[in-house]
Design a protein around this ligand. Structure first.
Ligand code: IPM
Ligand code: MN
Length: 354
């Protein structure tokens, strides 16, 4: 297969983890006889430094022309206090919106061998395997009005969901649950928020079309607690943009490290694939990042955007074998214990691809 994949390395550890994932994509192409053209475009603070907006027009064109986009990370302390149009994160929100990728799939599971190193006792982690389905192009991230009064007396955001937006993301959750353990836990704050009351109603209506899938509703605060006390009880977690953002970082800590989690943003044209972690400026440029989130995102890209399921499976198997063999980046290693750098971990996965 011929495919063009737009790489957006972005900021902080983004370039390092994208180099790692690009190596895995190239090796996969070579092994399976595919021709992947990997392009690189400026994005985030890297674009701002070059005097461009965080999502330059040329970068958006490259993304639209590609079959899929693989993104590293955005965010840079040097730009965090700037106006909205000059913040790296704004570029990411614009990109998600421009590509129309409303469904953000964030799988989180405990890899064999990592039970002991994660934040929770090994017994609690047995069988943890969940998929967070996060609504990505609506909610409080995009709702209008937003802003602040000229005298700085107040600032405001709007949490807003249309019935159509809730319905289409609920469909993604129920369809995903059909291929898993047939349970959807829908997260909201329906005891307080109007948008959550509509969310609950619409999700319940969609559920009636899926009699084979069980639906439960859970308030976001108690869901945050259950994610720590009983993480194995979740299958598909369906959440709006903000709640999904918060719970997915928590899920990262539960399974051992946020650095492990990949994501697929789909529903629009092509697809946008990115690790769940941020730019980690504290360790950027030191070859200390965990590349597995990015490598696993490349696997999701192959499965969801290019329909190359067998290739995706082989990458995930190689990741699993590397972890089972005891390969650990610093985020996974025992405190003060030996750790592989980003490039060495990528090499460990490459070595196990065959
Ligand atoms: C994520 C990130 C982004 C988000 C930021 C960088 C805008 O935290 O992908 O989870 O909040 O969606
Ligand atoms: Mn986040």
């Amino acid at each position: 297969m011929n495919a063009t994949i737009a790489l957006l390395p972005g900021d902080g550890i983004g370039p390092e983890v994208i180099d790692a994932a690009a190596g895995v994509l190239e090796a996969t192409a070579a092994r399976h006889g595919h021709a992947f053209a990997l392009t690189r475009s400026p994005f985030g603070a890297a674009a701002l430094r070059a005097g461009e907006p965080p999502l330059p027009d040329g970068t958006l064109r490259d993304c639209r022309a590609a079959d899929a986009v693989l993104l590293g990370a955005v965010g840079d302390p040097a730009y965090s206090d700037g106006p909205r149009e000059r913040r790296p994160e704004t570029g990411l929100l614009e990109l998600r919106r421009a590509l129309g990728v409303y469904a953000n799939l964030r799988p989180a599971r405990v890899w064999p061998g990592l039970e002991g190193g994660a934040a929770l006792r090994a017994e609690r982690l047995r069988g943890v395997d969940m998929l967070i389905v996060r609504e990505l192009t609506g909610g409080i991230y995009f709702g209008e009005p937003r802003g602040r009064s000229a005298d700085r007396a107040e600032a405001f955001d709007t949490m807003r969901y249309s019935t159509a937006e809730i319905e289409r993301i609920a469909v993604v959750a129920f369809e995903s649950a059909r291929g898993r353990r047939q349970l959807v836990t829908s997260v909201d704050k329906a005891n307080v928020l109007e948008s959550s009351r509509l969310w609950r109603e619409v999700v319940t209506e969609v559920a009636s079309r899926y009699p084979d899938v069980r639906l439960e509703h859970q308030l976001v605060d108690s869901c945050a607690m259950r994610l720590v006390s009983d993480p194995g009880s979740f299958d598909v977690l369906l959440a709006g943009n903000l709640f999904g953002d918060i719970l997915s970082d928590e899920a990262g800590a539960v399974v051992g490290s946020l650095g492990l989690l990949p994501s697929a943003s789909v529903g629009g044209s092509g697809g946008l694939f990115e690790p769940v972690h941020g730019s980690a400026p504290d360790i950027a440029g030191r070859d200390a990042a965990n590349p597995i989130g990015a490598i696993a995102s490349a696997a999701l890209l192959l499965r969801h955007a290019l329909d190359l399921g067998a290739e995706a499976d082989s990458i995930e198997r190689a990741v699993g074998t590397a972890l089972a063999d005891g390969c650990r980046t610093a985020d996974l290693a025992a405190p003060g214990g030996p750790a592989l750098g980003c490039a060495a971990m990528a090499r460990a996965v490459l070595d196990r691809l065959a």
